[in-house]
Design a protein around this ligand. Structure first.
Ligand SMILES: C[S@@+](CC[C@H](N)C(=O)[O-])C[C@H]1O[C@@H](n2cnc3c(N)ncnc32)[C@H](O)[C@@H]1O
Length: 218
């Protein structure tokens, strides 16, 4: 298990932290947590502010493929895949790769690129509907902070069960108090979050042996 920055090639998103913080109230948070149209394609205060395929995940897909030595025929699962853009880019970067996704958002799955039809599953990360060791690699990016700490442990056990540790999980975190405050101003849907040490402790408690890294919101 180790730290590796597999999202280093992802362009940094534009964030107006003050505007988000001003607009944030329990009603906005409740709508965001439905992960419906407002979260994906509504105003930025509710989530992504409009999320369309633009190929930004392609260099990340290349780094994931190289890091795990994935080849045609290998099976990859993206837990919390959203609209499936990384699933698409993994298959573009490695023809013959069998990439799949799972997400709790029906809206995201039904607004994915049409060629992904049948590859994206509706479900929750706490109970992944696949057999033990059924993937050559499982990834989950910026998703598991949406669970309580107990939920995080369950999800990490599930990822370990499917991947035998050939996995990569990226979570929101912070190194300083200042970064923590920025994160808390920005975040809409998070339940559990912590400094890297706190995350690593949760990963170890779950018996997770895969790789991981942090998204620092700035
Ligand atoms: C910040 S988005 C990240 C999406 C994508 N992985 C990315 O990095 O662009 C968080 C994702 O977690 C998904 N999500 C929230 N709760 C979930 C759950 N219980 N099971 C699976 N996915 C969940 C949301 O629908 C959303 O797609």
């Amino acid at each position: 298990m180790g730290e590796v920055d597999l999202l280093r090639a992802l362009p940094k998103p534009k964030r107006n932290i003050e505007k988000r913080q001003e607009a944030k109230d329990p009603a906005v948070i409740a709508i965001a947590k439905q992960y419906g149209e407002m979260y994906w394609d509504g105003p930025r205060e509710y989530g992504y502010g409009g999320y369309n395929y633009d190929g930004r995940w392609r260099p990340v897909a290349r780094d994931i493929i190289e890091h795990f030595g994935l080849m045609a025929g290998a099976r990859v699962l993206d837990v919390g895949c959203g609209k499936g853009f990384l699933v698409k880019d993994l298959m573009l970067e490695c023809p013959g790769l069998e990439a799949f996704g799972l997400d709790v958002s029906l809206y995201a799955i039904t607004h994915a690129p049409p060629e992904l039809t049948g590859r994206l599953h509706l479900g929750t990360a706490e109970k992944l509907p696949f057999p033990d060791n059924s993937f050559d690699c499982v990834i989950s990016l910026n998703t598991i902070h949406n669970f309580s700490r107990n939920g995080v442990i369950k999800v990490m056990k599930e990822i370990q069960r499917l991947s035998a540790g050939k996995a990569f999980v990226q979570v929101d975190s912070y190194y300083t108090q200042e970064q923590k405050e920025v994160f808390e101003s920005w975040v809409l849907t998070a339940d559990f979050y912590d400094y890297p040490d706190g995350w690593v402790a949760a990963f170890e408690e779950a018996g997770y042996t895969g790789d991981y890294f942090w998204t620092i919101i700035e």
